[in-house]
Design a protein around this ligand. Structure first.
Ligand code: C2O
Ligand code: CU
Length: 475
């Protein structure tokens, strides 16, 4: 691992706890320090300086948390300390890792109590743009600022002049810039989720965020939607970015306007800066929940003359090396997403009991179900939605029978997105999170090769909290 800003500041504590590495390449010398990542409250200036700083929850005092950067094949080894007033875990979103390291409370590990810690340690098999966040009360913990980028570099990355990581988020702030303490409202969880009123890029108020670019420069942008509920649809006026990766994995380079990112989703773009020196352009969000396009970040062209590129070169990433699902022999399962405001769901099962939706909502905060079953609090007694023999080729037909979009996320595996409403997708992209529009049906396929009990849930975190999650068992 390359030193990631703050992470090594804790090396004294880390060194004290570090165990010697088995098979360590270095014959002599002290063991490498064990990096520590601390979840803790902090004060951050989210909005412009006329307003006060915001009390947030952070990793190492930063929002977003430190960028963790590795090379493909390296091993991530981090001690997570919990200095929050609430139990937590860390989920490494999108990484194909062993079940015990997946960060799901009760299912894969006990929650990390306040004052406690947990050692995460696993290999990073695939290059790409990933992220980390809590998986316990994540609709509150992520909304309070707990998230960060996890980058796994390709052995031979495409040639660009500069790489930028943009972590997108939004916050529901009161006029005094504090976070509004209105988590678990049934109105939010049964509609679009708890949308914020303040969009940020890398923790900076969107309307104030800017990046200086040089005319002629080629950028690689790694976009991560870390918002609890907001779906971004980004436009880059005056620019034609090419999508080169979806959820971290190579895709045939193609233009996308807008670039749509549901919560949890990532996208790598190659952006050629072809506007004149001194000009200014604003990236805007025209996501579904907005009436007008809203500024996200500005591109300020420096006055310096344009760079002259000898060779603009290809932008495609090496093809992803993932287990290829064979649809001819895949088992097919229909997964129906039900409920929400203006939905057709009348009753659902919770912890083995069939209850009318009104009671589920009033007594349990449940608004959603998957195939007639709602899941709450990662309950370990929950019956898996599917049990698949290890190595099964699996085709999931995800049917959104609701009036709301849902970014559906599968843990431990990466799937191909094959069809939308029966029409083949042009790029059959790899993803771990796929956005289903209201009433849309999406087919995905993967090889169930990773043993464990894996979450499948909506990444609008209020929907997840209100029942929109299930598990797949791979044995
Ligand atoms: Cu990014 Cu189950 O979560
Ligand atoms: Cu949802």
């Amino acid at each position: 691992m390359r030193p990631a800003r703050r992470l090594f500041l804790h090396r004294t504590l880390g060194a004290a706890l570090a165990a010697p590495l088995a098979g360590c390449r270095l014959a002599a010398g002290p063991p490498p320090p064990l990096p520590v990542l601390t979840a803790r409250p902090a004060l951050r200036q989210i909005v412009p300086a006329e307003w006060p700083a915001t009390p947030v929850w952070s990793y190492d005092g930063e929002v977003p948390g430190p960028v963790l950067r590795y090379r493909q094949g390296e091993r991530l080894r981090i001690l997570v300390r919990n200095d929050l007033p609430q139990a937590t875990t860390v989920h490494w979103h999108g990484i194909r890792l062993p079940h015990a390291m997946d960060g799901v409370p009760h299912l894969t590990q006990p929650p990390i109590a306040p004052g406690g810690s947990f050692l995460y340690e696993f290999d990073l098999p695939d290059p790409g743009t990933y992220w980390y966040h809590p998986h316990l009360r994540s609709h509150e913990q992520v909304a309070r600022g707990l998230y960060g980028a996890l980058i796994v570099e390709e052995a031979a990355p495409p040639r660009v002049d500069r790489e930028l990581v943009w972590v997108l988020s939004d916050w529901r702030l009161d006029p005094d810039a504090t976070i509004r303490e209105d988590f678990d409202r049934l109105f939010d969880s049964s509609h679009a989720g708890r949308l914020g009123n303040t969009v940020t890029v890398n923790g900076r108020f969107a309307a104030d965020a800017a990046v200086t670019v040089r005319a002629g420069e080629r950028l690689r942008l790694r976009l991560i939607n870390a918002a609890a509920a907001r779906i971004f649809a980004l436009r880059f006026p005056g620019h034609a970015p090419l999508v080169i990766a979806t959820d971290g994995h190579a895709v045939t380079p193609h233009e996308a306007a807008p670039v749509v990112l549901g919560p949890g989703m990532r996208c790598d773009l190659v952006l050629d800066c072809l506007q004149p020196p001194g000009s200014r352009h604003t990236v805007v969000d025209e996501g579904s929940a907005r009436a007008d396009p809203a500024p996200v970040i500005a591109l300020h062209y420096a006055d310096a003359p344009a760079l002259v590129r000898a060779d603009a070169g290809p932008v495609a990433l090496p093809a992803a090396r993932l287990p290829e699902p064979d649809t001819a022999r895949a088992v097919r399962h229909v997964i129906e997403i039900q409920g929400g405001a203006m939905g057709r769901l009348r009753e659902a099962e919770l912890a083995g009991e069939r209850l009318p939706l009104q009671r589920l909502a009033r007594e349990h905060g449940i608004a959603w179900a998957v195939n007639g079953v709602a899941m709450k609090d990662h309950a370990a007694h929950h019956r898996p939605l599917l049990t698949l023999a290890r190595g099964t080729h699996c085709l999931l037909v995800l049917r959104n029978d609701t009036a709301w979009p849902h970014p559906m996320h599968l843990h431990g595996h990466t799937f191909r997105v094959l069809a939308r409403n029966g029409r083949p997708t042009p790029h059959r992209e790899w993803r771990d999170t796929v956005l289903l529009e209201a009433r849309e049906t999406v087919e995905v396929a993967f090889v169930a090769d990773n043993p464990g009990l894996w979450m499948l849930h909506c990444h609008i975190l209020d929907h997840q909290q209100a029942g929109l999650m299930a598990t797949l068992a791979v044995r």
